[in-house]
Design a protein around this ligand. Structure first.
Ligand code: NDP
Length: 332
């Protein structure tokens, strides 16, 4: 069983040397246990926080421990009556080829030709649910409102924009580079795209949002967020989902436009998708219908082999991914 463990804690930008590849034997199954061969590993920005020693909403990965993460795989052997060999399952086995579970938290997945298993780590999984909760529950979009979403071509952002279109909003995505900007407009149906790497963020955002901004689904923080804050309308809402531009920074970002939120009576709420489990079934149902109707498109960036997970993870934090970042660990 090849695994990636945390070798050391990053200071600033995460390096490949912060990880180590190890190989261990798969232990024999005890009664009640299930052995899963992982097919896909999800790489997500929150994992950067788990590499720090500082306590956050979830505990850190210890040095020498396998990196955590969501996985989909197939049951290879089972001594648990609830799972059979060959069952497709969603688990949380982390950066490794095999995982053993007592069945708790292991979710059987339906297998169908038109819904690939990888989507349970993307549009129909944690990132899709995050988009739904932040946009629908927290921001409550109304038809005609202007919604801005950052990291717009990514796992969460791409779903936010398409959901907002389904709610008849005007959607502006902020993404890095012309390819991602073309994609969100041409393929995903966003109204406008702004390239935050083009060097004219403020002007370009002004042009793309002539009526100001009613909803900010914030994935990035820093300069991008500060520029958005300067264009918020009265009673705008912000779903503070993530600040991926800051996760490897040692100095906190400075904001120029924070104070403007007072006069504009802006409501900002940080949220964690894990707190909204009561909404997941509804969200998943809606996302599945949109997907099946061809109204929810997605892209995946797939790295191959657990040994390539560190490189793909660092690449994602730098914007080298195009869509949901996955690692393929074995064949289906
Ligand atoms: P993405 O697939 O969007 O990948 C990260 C993207 O961030 C990169 O592709 C890059 O896109 C963008 N990015 C990186 N650095 C910068 C920067 N300096 N300025 C602007 N953009 C940058 O990741 P996810 O969709 O998985 O996650 C998006 C956000 O959602 C993250 O902040 C994450 O932490 C958060 N999140 C929060 C959850 C919650 O419960 N609150 C749950 C899940 C995710 P580009 O090339 O376009 O710049």
């Amino acid at each position: 069983n090849r695994q990636i463990v945390l070798a050391s804690r990053p200071q600033g930008w995460v390096q490949e040397s912060n990880f180590r590849l190890v190989e261990t034997d798969v232990p024999a199954l005890k009664d009640g246990e299930v052995l899963v061969k992982n097919i896909y590993l999800s790489l997500d920005p929150y994992m950067r926080g788990r590499m720090n020693a500082t306590k956050s909403y979830a505990s850190s990965v210890e040095i020498g421990q396998v990196m955590v993460g969501g996985t989909v795989g197939k049951v290879e052997a089972s001594k648990n009556p609830q799972f059979r060999e060959g069952d497709a399952v969603l688990g949380y086995f982390g950066w490794q080829e095999y995982g053993i579970s007592d069945g708790k938290g292991l979710q059987k997945l339906p297998e169908s030709k038109d819904i690939p298993l990888s989507t349970y780590l993307g549009v129909l999984g944690m990132p899709g649910l995050t988009a739904w909760v932040g946009l629908i529950e927290i921001c409550q979009p109304k038809p005609g409102e202007t919604v801005v979403v950052s990291a717009a071509s990514g796992a969460v952002g791409s779903v936010v924009g398409q959901l907002a279109k389904a709610h008849d909003c005007c959607v502006v995505g902020i993404a890095g580079g012309p390819q991602k900007c073309n994609y969100i407009v041409q393929e995903l149906g966003f109204d406008q795209a702004v390239d935050h790497r083009a060097g004219n963020l403020q002007e370009d955002l002004e042009k793309a949002t002539p009526n100001g901004i009613d909803i900010d689904f914030e994935n990035v923080g820093g300069e991008v967020m500060d520029t958005i804050l300067g264009r918020l309308n009265t009673f705008a809402r912000i779903a503070l989902c993530g600040m991926v531009s800051q996760y490897n920074e040692t100095q906190p970002a400075q904001f120029r436009n924070f104070g403007a939120m007072i006069a504009s009576r802006v409501k900002m709420q940080g949220f964690l998708v894990g707190d909204y489990q009561h909404l997941w079934p509804q969200a998943q149902e809606e996302l599945t219908s949109l997907l099946q109707a061809g109204k929810l498109k997605y892209r995946e960036s797939i790295a191959h082999g657990v040994e390539n997970a560190p490189k793909a993870f660092i690449g994602m934090l730098k914007g080298e991914n195009f869509g949901k970042q996955l690692v393929k660990l074995s064949e289906e």
